[in-house]
Design a binder for this molecule. Structure first.
Ligand code: ADP
Length: 610
């Protein structure tokens, strides 16, 4: 059987099917897809016209073809050559597109270039000729049109090879595919030059389209690529959000430092009337609330960005309980609620875990119990189950408060979700507390469960495993906080902060202890003071300063021979875990802004008390 027109016909049918499948299938709207679509259509036209030419050629004599049918044969071959130019221009554009995606943003211009180039080629073919010859039993087309076509296609392939080599990226499947296609084309090109009667180029074209479909233009590959791009963009946006939030929190803390600092000083001022003091108390409370909100937002964004780390240390269990009880009783105020505690005496004295995060979890559920209970009692209970040097802490907080409706229990841990707002409108909150609590518990591989009867009360139970420390390295009897304010006369402290108001707050706070202060606004100025031999008992050093940070300043200070002054990090960067970081950086201790009076008391007592 002669395959003179059957082969082009099969190729045409094959490409037509491929084109139909490709255009029916859902695609990612990418410019490379458009390019591949153009290649398919051009290949389809070329195969259709070629089939027609071979059909005419099969049923006519050579003479009739070159005389009676000359115009048809001439026009068809010029069209086929032009389509080949379209295909190889698109293939080259494809390589350019995947290699220079950013530069070639405006792909419309690229399409216009291809169209312009194609039209120029077609016009040029009008000045060339076509002739059908017989090689053995096979007829073939020759002439200047065909030679010109070959030359232009060879040029396009050569250019494509150069760009593919220059931009070849290991692991990018598309470059391998282009390479295979280009090699196949070169082989075909050489074969067709040697064997003039070869008519398999339609078949090869069909194969090329097929390979491209499953390698370069595989919709799944495209989809995955799109998803990767989307994921990267989302991750970047999330990182930007976290950065923004932590910067914002820092910015909010700085003015809060002034508000908290000065209002605390006003509270101690004996010349101020009691009526005014009540208002000052409200200022302190509002500032504390604001601080809690800022901390909550910061925590949740850190957790979501997977940036929150669990910092395990040894801690004294009973000390943690005492602090939690003191805080809860303080928050209860004069509400008619009995606060009951029940701590399992079998829990080991020293445990290993992230004590500040466990405290945060307890504070959240305790504060909720206090907030959502009008009267009755609250029970704070911790029991322990010890197995193989691990102590499972079972922490529960039960209240006789408003309770939670059954249908709302599932929503409890959603962030920003607050329930029954009509009833709770007077109770302050952001709806972040339990979302953070749950994430923290999960970070520590623990569990949290809620039992509640609406109108009767609720019980939140958290279980977390902590390692038992048999030979503690920490001191068990840490200096207890002084109840009375200590006085530290004849002491001199150097304050370093780039913010003048912060300096003023710190000066006033320290002066209330009878301490002499000296303030400078940069790390460099602090270094100069020490180098000039000035003597201080302590340095309060802000970390986030322009030019030279607190950490850098400390490093330089430590290089000064004989430098032994107690240096405390003072910073608005008050995330949990920061304390450990600053101690590692070489600071003796850490104070968060806004300066908490009790914390300051502890520091003064520890380092400056006679
Ligand atoms: P919020 O800042 O609103 O307290 P939370 O995430 O801590 O946010 O709590 C979410 C919601 O769960 C609260 O608004 C409240 O409706 C409900 N809730 C939490 N704890 C209790 C409780 N002990 N009793 C009753 N309702 C509670």
């Amino acid at each position: 059987m002669s395959l003179e027109f059957e082969l082009p016909l099969f190729s045409f049918i094959f490409i037509a099917l491929l084109t139909a499948v490709y255009f029916i299938k859902k695609k990612v709207p990418l410019v490379e897809n458009k390019m591949y679509g153009a290649i398919l259509i051009a290949a389809l036209i070329a195969a259709a016209v070629d089939t027609f030419v071979h059909l005419v050629s099969a049923y006519n004599t050579l003479d009739a073809l070159n005389s009676d049918y000359y115009l048809v044969i001439d026009y068809c071959n010029k069209l086929i050559s032009t389509m080949f130019v379209v295909i190889f221009s698109c293939l080259l554009s494809y390589t350019l597109l995947i290699s220079y995606k950013k530069i070639l943003k405006n792909y419309k211009k690229l399409f216009i270039c291809i169209m312009g180039f194609t039209i120029m080629f077609y016009v040029a073919t009008c000045f060339t000729t076509v002739e059908i010859i017989e090689v053995g039993s096979v007829r073939n087309v020759v002439g200047s049109t065909i030679t010109m076509g070959y030359a232009v296609v060879a040029l396009l392939i050569a250019t494509n090879i150069i760009f593919t080599i220059i931009n070849f990226k290991k692991g990018d499947k598309r470059y391998y595919a282009i390479f295979i296609i280009l090699i196949m084309l070169i082989v075909l090109y050489i074969l067709s030059l040697i064997f003039k009667g070869l008519i398999i180029y339609d078949v090869i074209m069909a194969l090329l389209c097929y390979i491209m479909y499953f390698t370069i233009e595989d919709p799944d590959i495209k989809m995955i690529e799109q998803l990767n791009i989307a994921r990267d963009t989302a991750e970047k946006a999330n990182e930007a959000k976290t950065d923004f939030l932590s910067n914002m929190s820092h910015e909010i803390r700085t003015p809060l430092n002034a508000i908290v600092g000065f209002s605390n000083l006003l509270l101690e001022d004996k010349t101020i009337p009691d009526s005014a003091k009540e208002e000052v108390k409200d200022i302190v409370m509002s500032a504390d609330n604001l601080l809690e909100i800022v901390n909550g937002i910061l925590d949740i964004s850190k957790i979501e960005a997977n940036k929150l780390e669990i910092v395990n240390t040894e801690y004294v269990f009973s000390k943690m309980c005492d602090e939690l009880v003191a805080l809860s009783i303080g928050r209860l105020g004069d509400k008619p609620i009995e606060f009951k505690t029940n701590f399992d005496p079998s829990i080991p004295k020293v445990l290993y875990g992230d004590v500040s995060r466990i405290k945060q979890i307890c504070v959240n559920i305790l504060t909720n119990a206090i907030k959502y209970t009008k009267e009755g009692w609250i029970e704070f209970k911790i029991s322990g189950v010890i197995k193989n040097n691990v102590c499972r802490l079972i922490i529960s907080v039960e209240d006789t408060g408003i309770g939670i409706k059954k249908e709302n229990i599932d929503k409890l841990f959603n962030k920003f979700e607050r329930l029954d707002l009509e009833d709770n409108i007077t109770i302050e909150g952001t709806g972040l507390g339990l979302a953070i609590t749950k994430k923290l518990v999960e970070l520590m591989n623990g569990k949290i469960v809620v039992q509640s009867v609406f109108g009767k009360g609720s019980k939140f139970t958290v279980s977390i495993d902590q390692r038992v420390v048999n030979n503690p390295t920490i001191k068990l009897e840490e200096a207890e906080e002084p109840a009375e304010k200590i006085v530290a006369h004849n002491k001199k402290v150097l304050l370093v902060d780039d913010n003048k108001i912060n300096l003023k707050v710190a000066e006033r706070l320290l002066e209330s202890y009878g301490i002499d202060t000296e303030s400078v606004e940069s790390g460099a100025a602090a270094l100069e003071k020490i180098q000039n031999g000035e003597k201080y008992d302590m340095i309060l050093l802000d970390d986030m300063m322009p030019k030279m940070s607190g950490v850098e300043t400390l490093k330089k200070l430590k290089e000064i021979p004989g430098f032994k002054i107690i240096t405390i990090a003072l910073t608005a960067n008050a995330l949990t875990g920061m304390r450990e970081k600053y101690l590692q950086d070489g600071f003796d201790d850490y104070l968060a802004k806004p300066i908490n009076k009790d914390e300051l008391n502890k520091i003064i007592n520890k380092y400056l008390n006679d």
